[in-house]
Design a protein around this ligand. Structure first.
Ligand code: RRO
Length: 318
């Protein structure tokens, strides 16, 4: 196969491109996933699934803002069976995101994915949804995180590990947190982490009406878009540095505030293998994938780079 300058991989799964959708907007229904499949996105990633379908939180639960977005969707999805059953209709690399309410629920969904005869290339285990009423984000509970991953890996081990397996993390903000979380992650045979989910429990306010923009949880919700790009870059960079220092092969998917090819370049310079687009995909639909790839290509040409490895992770320090 002829190598494309954007080619990359996670575990055994190869991608012809380095830009794809984030699990979140426009990836709940089959027609939405088919549109992603027919676009320049290098993979098709489903909305986070639960064992049974969920309606999600009360509306309005998503709001677009000049600087990004706020959401408290509450995991609306069609249930794991739906995302497994449609695998035969998707031609590109297909990843299912899962977000069970417990270890048992996640293992139940992994069982169903493993039992599927159609091609499902990977699983992104979402440990960082900020919007489940009455529930915290598991990846902020460092004691539970290790036990949880023990359980997940045990349930994957029994059934073989031919798919790319990764976890979606929330943003971390303090240096000791990166060290603790990386130490836990490096004990497990995972292929990738996705950094970052939305910044949980932010608040955006409409001054004219003096109200919150969204309804659930008193207006608190996950913040995405350009508000969070510096946090996303920092998380990718710090985990990349720690993984490099320790010889870990865990790859990093960058996510958070990507709007232009320059943003994609920055994430890859920090060490991302590939990047996901959430808020901007919501705003612009599937044409964002080809636009971003073209913009990245122009930057690479200008700088004389012919593939991503020539600059991936090579951020210089002042
Ligand atoms: O559905 C959501 O409310 C949601 C999820 Br599962 C997530 O992982 N991140 C987010 O911002 N919203």
């Amino acid at each position: 196969m002829v190598l494309n300058k954007f080619d990359c991989s996670l575990g055994e799964v190869k991608f012809q491109g380095c830009i794809c959708n984030a699990s979140g907007p426009r990836c709940t229904e089959l027609d939405q996933l088919t549109k992603i499949d027919n676009s320049k996105s290098c993979m098709v990633l489903s909305k986070s699934a639960t064992p049974k379908m969920r309606e999600g939180n009360k509306k309005p639960r998503y709001w677009d803002h000049d600087l990004g977005s706020i959401n408290s969707m509450g995991l609306p999805n069609n249930g794991i069976q739906y995302y497994v059953a449609i695998a035969s209709q998707i031609s590109g690399p297909y990843f299912i995101s899962i977000s069970g309410g417990s270890l048992e629920e996640n293992c139940e969904m992994i069982d169903q994915i493993m039992a599927c005869n159609s091609k499902i290339d990977g699983i992104e285990i979402n440990l960082s949804c900020p919007n489940i009423i009455g529930k915290g984000q598991l990846a902020y509970d460092f004691e539970k995180l290790g036990n949880y991953l023990d359980g997940i890996i045990e349930c994957l081990d029994v059934r073989g590990l031919e798919k790319a397996i990764g976890v979606k993390l929330p943003p971390y903000f303090d240096m000791w947190q990166f060290e603790v979380v990386a130490k836990i992650l490096m004990k497990y045979p995972i292929d990738f982490i996705t950094c970052v989910n939305s910044i949980g429990n932010g608040l955006i306010i409409d001054i004219d009406t003096e109200t919150t923009l969204i309804k659930p949880k008193g207006g608190f919700g996950g913040i995405g878009g350009s508000y969070i790009k510096p946090t996303g870059l920092a998380n990718v960079r710090k985990f990349y540095e720690i993984f490099q220092e320790n010889g870990s092969k865990i790859k990093i998917i960058g996510c958070g505030g990507i709007e232009t090819g320059k943003d994609v370049f920055e994430y890859i310079l920090c060490g991302a293998e590939l990047v996901q687009i959430g808020t901007q995909f919501y705003k612009e639909n599937t044409k964002c994938f080809s636009r971003l790839e073209n913009e990245l290509s122009e930057i690479m040409e200008r700088k004389g780079y012919s593939d991503l490895n020539q600059f991936r992770g090579k951020l210089k320090r002042r």
